[in-house]
Ligand binder design. Sequence first.
Ligand SMILES: O=c1[nH]cnc2c1ncn2[C@H]1C[C@H](O)[C@@H](CO)O1
Ligand SMILES: [Zn+2]
Length: 362
Amino acid sequence: MAEERPSLERIRQVPKVLLHDHLDGGLRPGTIVDLARESGYDGLPTRDPASLGAWFAEMSHSGSLEKYLETFGHTVAVMQSAEALTRVAYECAEDLAKDGVVYAEVRYAPELHTENGLGLEEVVEAVLDGFARARADHGIRVGALVTAMRHQARSMEIAELAVRYRDAGVAGFDIAGAEAGYPPTRHLDAFEYLQRENAHFTIHAGEGFGLPSIWEAIQWCGADRLGHGVRIIDDIDAAGDGARLGRLAAYVRDKRIPLEMCPTSNVQTGAAPSIAEHPIGLLRALNFRVTVNTDNRLMGGTTLSEEFAALVDAFGYTWDDLQWFTVNAMKSAFLDFSERLELINGVIKPGFAQAKWTRPLA
Ligand SMILES: O=c1[nH]cnc2c1ncn2[C@H]1C[C@H](O)[C@@H](CO)O1
Ligand SMILES: [Zn+2]
């Protein structure tokens, strides 16, 4: 029996793992409108949810990371109370569960949610509360990653939060924001502290800036994973027969450093020209540890299933490829080894086996 080409509908049904998704980049447009009304925020470009969703997607397709980040002003503005944060976290996990995601790590920057007087700990607890409620209702497991903004100077405080709440649902730490001009080593003390504490962290690197940013993230800061990392392609010569890897690219591949790739987001910010020309095609072929992610579902107008479906269209990926991306993600999660293994063997592999061998109803 010939294997079916994975369709969007069937991709939605397989168990998936998401490592790179921003809480403030995934709100439902209707929720933004509700929260704006409740809090008196009057800066939205429209209060019609459908038009608002379209507005975010359109504004985000600028070819510039800096411009892409501007729209977050609106989502962050309506996430300034504990109730709003809990609601957004709950709905995020619910939406991921509906898309077939079984394990996710969702990140956000606590320092952006203190404008109306919330303390950093209150912010963290409100978000964890939303994830815990969604787990009880929908079974999905969501770990939080706390992010420090790379242009600010609060990374040590945020790293301390990551350690303080690590047994309560915070899985790790990250830095985000404009990359050019803000190298990871600006936050070296925070990364060294996390290493001494045996804590996990990922770093947005190789998205809005190139190889030096990736090199610092890995060799100076000790990142466990790379957020995006697309620009590693600059260290690979793929002209002619066979690809030649430079020392950094070889290191990333040899050490199995996970790449949290976000195809739609990369096209929107100009880090890749199109999905069909996205470096993920070459990096997957060269067996880098590639994972597939959404980055910002609101700005990208996307879901994890849609990211996979777009890759199937562009590169002809099969169920085996999609399973490979998913197992890569699970292996790379900031989760206890035995729990990762349990999800791979008990959930992911059986789920894909079923998708592969069950024909859709006629
Ligand atoms: O793709 C991204 N690159 C760098 N920073 C980003 C990206 N997506 C979101 N952010 C920023 C904007 C958010 O306010 C912040 C925390 O989620 O992280
Ligand atoms: Zn991101």
